[in-house]
Write a protein that binds this ligand. Structure first.
Ligand code: TYD
Length: 211
């Protein structure tokens, strides 16, 4: 039985969760006595980082949607077994940048793959392990995309519209998942300043650790 706590960070691209995670670490270290482990998906350990390279390689335009899903799931399994579970066993506070809900939001709502297959695969890969807390950094799609493309001073083209549509579906997927599991999720308005978002995340984590 795991003794630590697993906290996952989720949200559409451009929500800023990676910056929030970095800013949170020193604040959490000041109040949490045990070890704090931060890691990410896909990646975090050698085998999963290699899978990440295959998934995110821009030359892999032929990648089929189901292949993509299965690679994320494979990376998840290896990362869980090698990194997350041992840290939880040791009593650590484990903060993971993306986990099961990314597959639901991106491959399910985003790419339109079957949600029951994704639920089954997630369950199979994790042996049913669920986070103790999931922070959803929610941002309107226009804001998220604008942050990503902040330096691209150009007109909106067809591909940008496709991106907006995908981003909106991913966001919708996250919001519906959070609504279905209110006891696991805390939704944070990530359109606020970084300081405000970090504060909200810090409070949510402290409350869950105390509980
Ligand atoms: P990354 O550069 O780590 O993005 P971010 O900093 O926003 O997390 O790339 C990870 C990408 O992989 C991101 O666009 C989301 C996507 N992803 C999925 O589509 N499905 C998944 O199961 C996971 C874990 C990530």
């Amino acid at each position: 039985m795991a003794k630590g706590k697993l906290i996952t960070f989720e949200g559409p691209d451009g929500a800023g969760k990676t910056s929030v995670l970095e800013a949170l670490i020193p604040r959490l270290q000041a109040v949490f006595e045990g070890e704090i482990v931060t890691t990410r998906e896909p990646g975090g350990i050698e085998i999963a980082e290699k899978i990440r390279e295959v998934i995110l390689d821009v030359t892999h335009t032929a990648m089929d949607d189901k292949t993509e899903l299965l690679l994320y799931i494979a990376a998840r399994r290896q990362h869980l077994v090698e990194r997350v579970l041992p840290a939880l066993e040791a009593g650590s506070l484990v903060l993971v940048d993306r986990f099961i809900d990314s597959s639901v939001a991106y491959q399910g709502y985003g790419r339109g793959l079957d949600s029951s297959a994704i639920a089954w695969l997630n369950d199979y890969a994790t042996d049913g392990h669920k986070p103790d807390l999931t922070l959803l950094f929610d941002v309107p799609s226009e804001v998220g995309l604008a942050r990503i493309e902040a330096n691209a001073d150009r007109e909106v083209n067809r591909l940008d519209l496709e991106k907006l549509d995908m981003h909106q579906r991913v966001r919708q997927g996250y919001l519906e998942t959070a609504e279905a599991e209110p006891e696991r999720f805390v939704v944070i308005d990530a359109s606020q300043s970084l300081e405000a978002v970090v504060e909200a995340a810090f409070e949510a984590i402290c409350q869950r650790i105390e509980a």
